[in-house]
Design a protein around this ligand. Structure first.
Ligand code: GAL
Length: 948
């Protein structure tokens, strides 16, 4: 057999610019909020998984998009499995360079909530436990010594990196660290484990507050001591919980938003009230939901249904409930590339999130920007008490009322009653503040909420109230918004009558000092208010559509507001020039508020739409790929599979050999078995583990017997199956026979219930041949020492083609025959296809490209086959034609070379029936902008000959 030897790495790396150390800082808290250096700070965070985006250059793209869209923090699960192919071996380089990630987060101006597990769940294989942990005899997530030793190994290494980026140490922006995740088994063994984890984290030099993410709201792992907050002794200092209470299925009726804080229900299971001395904190609040193998292809509709209305109602309810740390899971979901998926999910982990898998901000990102800018601008939110009840004029709506006890500012959150109602209701409600009694006229049309403020000192101005929603403000500028076509009223107080210009009606009441502005939200209205005894104010009144192209950027010389481009990523001053960078999707003008007079504005390129991107047709070569099925195949180099003990929860019957792949160091991807027995059998029964939509294919003496496919679906599809095959009469003879079995392992089960579910066997578990057969097993090249450490353990599988490097760029396929795609027929087993193509994306553009197999209009086809998709050697996902629903796969730049030659390799595994061959395959454009960030190619080895 020809083994792949990896040539010198090609490509570049994202240069690391460590964050310069500054003075130390403090992170403290009380019942209202976090205090960073003593300053109350609302944390508006989005979940991002670097390991679902294997191109470090793109991390900056996504984090900049988050920052620009109103987030001030990013929450990150660190995935143990992603970094550790083998006990004691850890990799934090290349696509695993989390030092770089944390630098980029700091440079982007995002605080970091670090969530390194050890267990993370996250719909990833084993919930983030490394494959080798399947062989550990100790009960995971308990105080079993061997498990604790393993967990220590990981925590010490990841803590060392996180520790280097702590805000408290003046070397980064990490402000909080989570231990474990949703551990709802809370016996003595778990109590000791959690305490030990917390002590480990402290011993490793983590000085930021520690919390846990309580599944739902059980009141588990609340801070234990009654001491002063911030000095709590116990596993946690803060209490956090998660909540997935929004849409999870397409077409579901909207749900009512629950109260998790100030407004009930109270008690240990009341959300924030479980921990009355710490701030209300959702470690995860649904930003969408995941779709599953065989699912409907839910992401586009989930993005709409968990869109603007849902966000305003649910996140707004959290704000009204005084929660001051909110993290939205996911904000960019990304790609479960390679063998990252848990058995339930397919490759795309788009999640219907604010930023789609192809890195395109969705309309719902604009709502996040409105809310995120609001929570950061309206400081009173970080200290809210319940206000007096407010009775609106209509019973079909309700209005939450909170007050800041210090500033006296008021918050009113109006929504339908129940909040799930979608009627069109115009109503009024009375407010009573230090500024007097007023009546606000508001409308709610459809699933919606309005977050309104009153009696608020806004820089040098005083806001009496507004029926428009405050988005942001800084000295001289304030931005409010509302639904297009709805009327609005904003009242500001002035010692004397000011001059007002702009498209609004205004009146000044000398008795009260109230300047009343009335208007209709329609595009962007600029109102200029001068005189009146206060500094001038530019009041911007936007409809929601107009806010999509309004961006706030903070520079050392103060904030600016920019309108026009599709995205503004950065703003810096160079002398009196304001340098802006960002993206455009069409010809646009640029307007800037907040820059000093005389500032010259420069933009990174043309303010224009994107040039067309030409995508080549793909031309294919093909070669058979299941030589292991041949009776004469030389398997002498394979490991004998004759172990007698296993840590798997699925041992074989006593006396039979242990066959499960993990026991032989093969933890992911495809495994092959070859067994020999003597004598005649009529049928062959196998029990195997393959995760959701996993599969086994069986040959006896070279004849294909068939395949068995595990069911797909939710919530927990069977991940093991027993299948019986008829042995052909030609093999029912005395003498020796050879059985060859390929098992596709679609991931290890997550350990949700802390019952070692990740140790459920993968590959063959047992067969009807019992102890009568002798077996050999083959998996990914190198096993726990993967031959390609750059692409790493996540990439690797055990097909002969993968072991030979067929998937790598440069593999010599000249002798392969040219192949027609779509293919009319297919052979049983695996067939490889390769295509090399050149791209010439115009310079200065960010084209997000994808690969579409089959008919993009349907979630699944009748063809019974599946394909692993390798781009330039990287396994970017699995298409299963008849299970679906995914047909389009994102090809991330950095792995993809947008300006050069690329190689696609598909491992097509079919049952060989008619029509079960590769369908149409085409490159697709998933969104192109003029702009983007620099994305170096990810350095990774190409194929090189071994000479033998
Ligand atoms: C949460 C869990 C996450 C993820 C999420 C669903 O309960 O903490 O890791 O699994 O559910 O996407």
């Amino acid at each position: 057999m020809v083994l792949a030897v990896l040539a010198a790495a090609l490509g570049g790396a994202v240069p690391r610019t460590p964050v310069p150390a500054t003075a130390k800082h403090t992170v403290t808290y009380d019942k209202y909020s976090l205090l960073l250096d003593g300053k109350r700070t609302y944390i508006w965070s989005g979940e991002f998984a670097y390991w679902r985006l294997p191109s470090p250059g793109l991390w900056r793209d996504v984090l900049q998009k988050m920052k620009a869209n109103g987030y001030n923090a990013v929450s990150i699960y660190f995935n143990w499995a992603y970094h550790s192919p083998k006990r004691g071996v850890y990799d934090f380089g290349g696509v695993r360079d989390v030092d770089l990630l944390l630098d980029i987060a700091a440079q982007t101006g995002l605080y970091v909530i670090a969530r390194p597990g050890p267990y993370i769940n996250a719909e990833t294989s084993s919930g983030g436990f490394p494959g080798w942990l399947s062989n550990d005899p100790g009960r995971a997530r308990s105080d079993a010594p061997s498990y604790l030793a393993a967990a220590d190994e990981w925590m010490t290494r990841i803590d060392a990196i996180i520790g280097r980026h702590q805000f408290t140490e003046g070397t980064g922006t990490v402000i909080l660290q989570q231990i474990e995740n949703e551990l709802f088994v809370t016996g003595a063994a778990q109590q000791r484990y959690m305490l030990r984890l917390a002590r480990r984290v402290r011993a490793d030099g983590i000085t930021v507050p520690i919390f846990h993410n309580d599944v739902g709201r059980n009141g588990y792992w609340v801070p234990r001591s009654s001491e002063v907050p911030g000095t709590v002794e116990g596993p946690t200092g803060l209490y956090a919980f998660d909540a997935y209470v929004g849409p999870q299925r397409c077409g579901e009726a909207p749900k009512d938003a629950p109260d998790f804080g100030l407004w009930g229900p109270g008690g240990a299971k009341g959300g924030a009230s479980a921990s009355p001395r710490t701030p209300g904190f959702t470690a995860e609040f649904g930003g969408g939901w995941f779709d599953h193998w065989g699912g409907p292809g839910a992401y586009p509709c989930l993005a709409r249904e968990a869109g603007s209305g849902y966000q305003r109602v649910f996140y707004g309810t959290n704000i009204a409930n005084g929660l001051s740390i909110q993290n939205f899971y996911m904000t960019y979901g990304g790609t479960s590339w390679g063998w990252l998926p848990s058995p339930v999910v397919y490759t795309s982990y788009d999640y219907g999130a604010a930023i789609d898998e192809a890195r395109q901000p969705r309309p719902k990102a604009t709502t996040m920007k409105q809310l995120g800018m609001f929570v950061q601008s309206f400081a009173p939110l970080t200290e809210l008490d319940r206000g007096d009840p407010v009775t609106p004029s209509s019973a079909k709506v309700k209005v939450y009322h909170d007050v800041n006890p210090h500033s006296g500012a008021h918050l009113y959150v109006a929504m339908h009653h129940p909040s799930s109602a979608t009627t069109d209701d115009a109503f009024t409600f009375p407010i009573s503040t230090e500024d007097g009694d007023h009546t606000l006229a508001v409308r709610l049309n459809g699933l919606d909420a309005k977050l309104l403020v009153a009696d608020y000192d806004m820089d040098a101005q005083h806001l009496v109230y507004s029926t428009s929603e405050l988005m942001t403000h800084f000295a001289g500028t304030a931005l409010f918004h509302g639904r297009r076509g709805e009327s609005g009223e904003t009242v500001l107080r002035y010692p004397s009558a000011p001059a007002v210009s702009g498209d609004v009606r205004s009146s000044y009441d000398a008795a009260t000092g109230d300047l009343r502005l009335t208007y209709v939200h329609d595009g962007l209205t600029e109102v200029r208010i001068t005189g009146g005894g206060r500094p001038p104010l530019t009041l911007l009144l936007a409809d929601d559509e107009a806010t999509a192209t309004l961006w706030r950027q903070d520079t050392p010389a103060g904030p600016v507001l920019v309108s026009g481009p599709a995205l503004v990523r950065t703003a810096t001053y160079e002398g009196s020039d304001l340098l802006l960078s960002g993206d455009t999707t069409g010809r646009t003008s640029l307007r800037v508020w907040g820059a000093p007079p005389g500032t010259r504005v420069r933009w990174n390129g043309r303010l224009d739409g994107a040039d067309p991107v030409r995508l080549p047709d793909l031309v294919w070569r093909s070669s058979p790929g299941s030589p292991e099925a041949d009776p004469g195949y030389d398997d002498s180099g394979w490991q004998p599979a004759g172990r007698t003990t296993t840590a798997a929860t699925t041992p074989p019957p006593p006396g039979e050999p242990v066959l499960t792949a993990d026991d032989y160091g093969f933890h992911q991807g495809d495994v092959w078995y070859r067994g020999r027995w003597t004598g005649s059998v009529e049928t062959l029964r196998i029990r195997y583990g393959g995760g959701g939509a996993g599969l086994a294919q069986v040959w006896v003496d070279g004849a294909y017997l068939g395949q068995n496919v595990l069911p797909a679906g939710k919530p927990s599809p069977p991940r093991t199956a027993t299948a019986t095959f008829t042995v052909p009469s030609s093999s029912r003879t005395a003498g020796q026979h050879v059985v060859a079995v390929m098992v596709r392992n679609n991931g290890h089960t997550q350990d949700v219930y802390a019952d070692d579910a990740h140790k459920e066997g993968r590959g063959l578990i047992s067969t009807s041949l019992g102890a009568a057969a002798t077996w050999r097993i083959q998996g990914n090249l190198g096993g726990e020492d993967p031959a390609d450490p750059v692409r790493g353990i996540t990439n690797a599988g055990g097909l002969a083609g993968e072991r030979a490097g067929v998937h790598l760029p440069g593999y010599p396929d000249a002798a392969w025959h040219t192949a027609a795609v779509p293919a009319a027929t297919a052979a049983p087993g695996t067939t490889w296809y390769r295509s090399t193509f050149r791209l010439a994306v115009p310079a200065g553009h960010d084209a997000s490209l994808g690969l579409t197999i089959g008919d993009p209009g349907t979630p699944r086809s009748a063809a019974r086959y599946r394909a692993l998709i390798f781009l330039n050697g990287w396994n970017l996902g699995q298409y299963i034609a008849d299970v679906g629903p995914q047909g389009t796969f994102v090809l991330p730049n950095g792995i993809l070379d947008p300006h050069g030659v690329n190689t696609l390799a598909l491992a097509v595994t079919s049952d060989g029936g008619p029509g079960n061959g590769l369908e149409k395959v085409a490159l697709t454009n998933l969104g192109t902008v003029r702009g983007g960030v620099d994305v170096p190619l990810v350095a990774a080895p190409a194929w090189a000959p071994t000479g033998g």
